[in-house]
Design a protein around this ligand. Sequence first.
Ligand SMILES: *Cc1c(COP(=O)(O)O)cnc(C)c1O
Length: 393
Amino acid sequence: MNYNVNEKGYYGEFGGAYIPEMLYPNVEELRQQYLEIMASPEFQEEFQDLLREYVGRPTPLYFAKRLSEKYNTKIYLKREDLCHTGAHKVNNTIGQILMAQRLGKKRIIAETGAGQHGVATATVCALMGLECIVYMGAIDIERQAPNVARMKMLGATVVPATSGSKTLKDATNEAIRDWINNPTDTHYIIGSVVGPHPYPDMVARFQSVISEEITIQLEEKEGRTNPDFVVACVGGGSNAAGAYYHFLNKPEVGIIAVEAAGKGIHTGESAATSALGKTGIIHGSKTLLMQTDDGQITEPYSISAGLDYPGVGPMHAHLFTSGRGEFISVTDEKAMTAGLELSKLEGIIPAIETSHALAIFETRKFKKDDVVVVNLSGRGDKDLNTYIAYFNL
Ligand SMILES: *Cc1c(COP(=O)(O)O)cnc(C)c1O
């Protein structure tokens, strides 16, 4: 079996482009051009140069000695938290801003929930001098004031979405509406491996720099290119897709995906899509989705804003149903404890999203000689208030 996308835009039965007629020209233009643009030496040169000089790549693959001793296995951390803006998301927005320029687009739109993708998009728009409009739920604008301020400082316009639950899915609807109304001059930067084909594949390819670096760095440190396991948290799935990418078709590498169980899978306050989801269509792709019996999307919950998404990207839906990936869900409580533990054992305060991935060492045992790479998707600065409130610091 192959775990990459096929020519029709599917991962097994998942993926595709389920979009309104009015959006077809935009998505089709991108589909016809993205591979050719990405393959051009001129694109690659500018992309690699920005990843190095602006984002700060390659990020270290750090051997976590004290964490490894505690869990009696070899744990390496891929330090995406050291990327400019504090997480992996900028790898994708750099790639997409270069794509937008090649497509002749002058105006950038994006949706954001917690604001992390909005900040990463506003950052690259400032870098390139392009107009940036970020749609954000009115409730999220209130909850995430520091990120709203960051986007404004970076020159972006933040537009509140006031319909429905006034959160991420409503912001996404507004962004899609904008794109339909501005088909010729606007590119829509989607923030994860979700949305209609070719977005999941394009975003996975931009993030695949993560696993490409892991193979080179492991060769230097361990004398082999493959880890035994690669572990990542999954919201939409972009940091995970990037960390898995070069190992997808290597069955000797175990793929572990960690989802947010929230207060517990069966409490009604969870975001564990693989455990709770059924096949459905969300934001233009067929995937696993948390929904009611009559197909209404269920409101997800996690203490971590970046994992609070009712679906997963189609690549992950396929990794789950095919059995290629091992899916584990972790509660708020276990994640928070793991975040505090990494801080104390290694001097690294992780994003709460990432803390979910780190929590697997309490639930799953590895052998002493196993090489386990955890993708450290982001830093915890943005989550300090949540850590403070949770631990009474
Ligand atoms: C946004 C975010 C995530 C979740 O998004 P994915 O697309 O699943 O990677 C995870 N970690 C951090 C630090 C984030 O900012």
